[in-house]
Design a protein around this ligand. Structure first.
Ligand code: NAD
Length: 478
């Protein structure tokens, strides 16, 4: 039975309530979670507040970094067991789960190394003044995370906050939170003082809403849907809190006629099937220059036709989707597209022998999709790709930017001038040229514009989000 982690201890929900943990590959319950409430959130926030004047606050930045690096080493030492846990909890293919643990460990290593490299500045001012700019932790940081990459999300959200000396309260997703809980044991073993990291599990409208509305938090970071992100931002605005939002996407892959088509086709399949398409940065719109549309889409069709969804241990392109509601949602998009006459160009398979109760959906390619169809505009969050032809560079740019989202864009062309011109015009947070979503991207600042959110995670820049910049002006006389 999974419990909350508060002030270095495992504790049940204060009212004793639990939630089931469901294995997406079978649909069966295999564990329970503590169903957190406002009283549990209160305890977690109080523990974090106390940590800010306890042993945690007295560590040097170097000491904080060493703890994070020790966490990284422990994660890598236990990578196989953690990957099994992540795979069972989320349904993702075992090799993808293993990679996620390695990426989580890399976050701990990267931010552990960075902890004592965030320096202040001295500003030349009037001669009888001494002015320094220092960076300080905000205080108690609240983190609300989704289910699609629990281990990686812990690394990219909680770890930089700890690196900067904040005390964190995390509310992971009720649909997948076992690896963030396992990381609490690792943090304790690595020497993280009590109260620096607290995790309360439970439902969004209960534990999540209680955390974002709590009077004693100093900062909120949220990763999840635009709808809930808006609620979180409103709750933060009520108390004038800083809020970082990492929301959804409808990212375009723009393929020009001069591209390396073999390379592009391979990346394009992976960018929509990885994690069953349940990735905010999934390349879910395939924009192809009309002169090569039939030829290139044919190459993608071949790859889709060979793709499949299977149980995590089968290690296919996709695992099951996270839950029954997500499966219904994705199948709804597929059904409505078919009902409105959009051709299915290719459909992968659901592997033989998968458990009947699992939430499997075969990768599906539609095209040509009208530009105003919901498949071209809305985030599906499943292995469904919409192919759309474009005429020329100007048309490609207009089409790529014609959504409410702005997270990533992929540009496939050998023309150097075009690479730069198009990249400059993309309304989004990351642009990939002749590649897509390289590695875990730990070092690469990441985030969105428009409905994809604001603020940046990943990379050194993310540390700036987790600190208050204070200017100290001293008059020292002649
Ligand atoms: P979600 O918004 O339903 O839930 C995210 C988290 O918010 C969960 O922990 C949930 O319990 C909590 N929550 C729900 N209601 C709440 C409330 N009223 N107050 C406070 N917290 C609440 O999202 P999801 O279904 O878990 O994840 C899918 C979405 O997340 C997709 O839209 C996807 O694009 C997005 N996402 C974005 C990024 C990114 O970095 N931009 C990364 C991963 C996922």
């Amino acid at each position: 039975m999974a419990q909350h982690f508060i002030n270095g201890q495992w504790v049940a929900a204060s009212n004793g309530q639990t939630l089931p943990v469901i294995d997406p590959s079978t649909g069966e319950v295999f564990d329970t979670l503590a169903r957190g409430n406002a009283a549990d959130i209160d305890k977690a926030v109080a523990a974090a507040r106390a940590a800010l004047s306890g042993p945690w606050s007295r560590l040097t930045a170097t000491d904080r970094g060493r703890i994070l690096m020790k966490m990284s080493a422990l994660m890598l030492e236990r990578v196989d067991a953690l990957a099994q846990l992540e795979s069972r909890d989320t349904g993702k293919p075992i090799s993808q789960a293993r990679n996620d643990i390695i990426v989580a460990a890399r976050y701990c290593e990267f931010y552990g190394g960075a902890a004592d490299k965030v320096h202040g500045e001295q500003i030349p001012y009037m001669n009888d003044f001494h002015v320094v700019v220092v960076r300080e932790p905000y205080g108690v940081t609240a983190h609300i995370l989704p289910w699609n990459y629990p281990a990686q999300m812990f690394g990219r959200s909680v770890v930089p906050a700890l690196a900067m000396g904040n005390a964190a309260v995390l509310k992971p997703s009720e649909d997948a939170c076992l690896t963030p809980l396992a990381f609490c044991d690792i943090a304790r073993e690595a020497g993280l003082p009590d109260g620096a990291l607290n995790v309360v599990t439970g439902l969004g409208e209960e534990a999540g809403a209680a955390l974002t509305a709590h009077h004693d938090i100093d900062f909120v970071t949220f990763t999840g849907s635009p709808e809930v992100g808006t609620l979180v931002q409103k709750a933060a605005a009520d108390r004038t809190l800083k809020c970082v939002l990492e929301l959804g996407g409808k990212s375009p892959q723009i393929v020009f006629e001069d591209a390396d088509l073999e390379r592009a086709a391979t990346f394009i399949l992976k960018a929509i099937t990885q994690n069953g398409g349940q990735t905010c940065s999934a390349g879910s719109r395939l924009l192809v220059q009309r002169s090569i549309y039939d030829r290139f889409v044919g190459m993608v069709v071949e790859r889709f036709a060979q793709s499949s969804a299977g149980a995590p241990a089968m290690d296919r392109d996709c695992g099951p989707l996270i839950n029954a509601a997500q499966k219904d949602r994705v199948e709804g998009f597929i059904r409505r597209a078919i009902d409105t006459g959009i051709p299915v160009l290719a459909q992968g398979a659901v592997a033989e022998g998968v458990p009947a109760g699992g939430f499997y959906v075969a990768p599906t390619l539609f095209g040509p999709v009208p530009r105003d169809h919901q498949l071209a505009c809305d985030e599906v969050f499943g292995p469904v790709l919409a192919a759309i032809p474009f005429e020329d560079e100007a048309d490609a740019i207009a089409l790529a930017n014609a959504t409410d989202f702005g997270l990533l864009a992929g540009i496939w062309t050998r023309d150097g001038g075009r690479q730069t011109r198009v990249a400059k015009r993309m309304q989004c947070g990351q642009v990939y040229i002749n590649c897509y979503g390289a590695g875990g991207g730990v070092e690469l600042p990441f985030g969105g514009v428009k409905r994809s959110g604001h603020g940046r995670e990943k990379g050194f820049l993310a540390l700036e989000e987790f600190c208050n910049v204070k200017t100290v002006v001293q008059y020292h006389g002649e």
